[in-house]
Design a protein around this ligand. Sequence first.
Ligand SMILES: NC(=O)c1ccc[n+]([C@@H]2O[C@H](COP(=O)([O-])OP(=O)(O)OC[C@H]3O[C@@H](n4cnc5c(N)ncnc54)[C@H](OP(=O)(O)O)[C@@H]3O)[C@@H](O)[C@H]2O)c1
Length: 329
Amino acid sequence: MKTVVCPKYGPPEVLQIQEAEEPAPRESELLIEVKATTVTSADARVRTMRMPSPAFRLIGRLALGVFGPRQRVLGTELAGVVKAVGANVSSFRSGDSVVAVVGIRFGAHAELVCVPESSPVVRVPANLTHEEAVAIPFGAFTALYYLRDLARVEPGQRVLVVGASGAVGVAAVQLAGFFGAHVTGVCSAANVERVRSLGASRVIDYTAEDFTQDAAEYDVVFDTVGATSFVRCKRTLKPNGQFLAAVLTLTEFRQMLWTLLVGGKRVKGGVTPEKRADLEFLMTLAAAGHIKPVIDRRYTMREIVAAHRRVDSGRKVGSVVVTVGEPRV
Ligand SMILES: NC(=O)c1ccc[n+]([C@@H]2O[C@H](COP(=O)([O-])OP(=O)(O)OC[C@H]3O[C@@H](n4cnc5c(N)ncnc54)[C@H](OP(=O)(O)O)[C@@H]3O)[C@@H](O)[C@H]2O)c1
């Protein structure tokens, strides 16, 4: 089978398509024939070893591999068809259409992938294609964790999403709306209509307007791309407002601790957990049309270098999808 291998840290050109032995499912695993996967900002971050601060780069290399990724096949999510199941698998069978998140174990950029039955793997809703289903988890897992678990967004609250056109941003706009919040999105002029179509009642073009100037406006400011800071947003937060930081540097860690101790306006962030129940929930929302997949561009596996380049540009809208095993639709 074909895999995309990242033998060392570097630009997209380090990636190579290589043949590998077909994996065989263990007793409690599913073997999935991958039809679609994504290149996420996490894949690009690992490939480049570009971390939010030098200290994180050191930790990153220790955790992920000193000279190159220890897991040489990147890819955090996939959708495809179950090809075989281990003897102990009871909830899936061959032919099922599934979407799965392998997260920081990586390995999804391959034609065949084994995942444990107990991991985040669920059926693809009948009204979604593999490409649409796989475009959802990375951004939506993060948005769900931040908005539901960290901020506990409630109906009627005012939520500002900075980076509203990225993978996390498009999910955050839609999920905040689903939770009944009044959503404002921040993006560049080119993406204003797209963000509005996802349910934002107000969209601010960051190239033309400074969203930090409206006093005591928001219950939650969710910076999905590390474009602003707690200090800049303090004025626009309500007295007990929350600043959510998807990109964490040592500054946010210090602010998280400090604001936890002193109370008032809080800074929150963390590492998104990948839970099967959350994937089930997100696919139920997608099946019902409450959240829509947003696909930036589609690439074939042979175009993986171009797919990474697109992610590196920092301009993608939603998810970059890679079709696997068959021609692009
Ligand atoms: N904490 C966690 O567990 C966790 C989990 C997942 C991801 N993350 C982090 O979340 C970050 C975002 O990931 P992502 O995949 O959503 O990013 P992404 O899709 O690559 O973000 C690209 C988008 O950011 C927008 N953007 C760039 N600069 C901006 C600015 N100054 N203001 C507003 N929007 C701007 C771009 O729109 P324009 O072209 O219009 O500027 C583009 O649409 C990553 O750094 C990732 O590491 C954290």
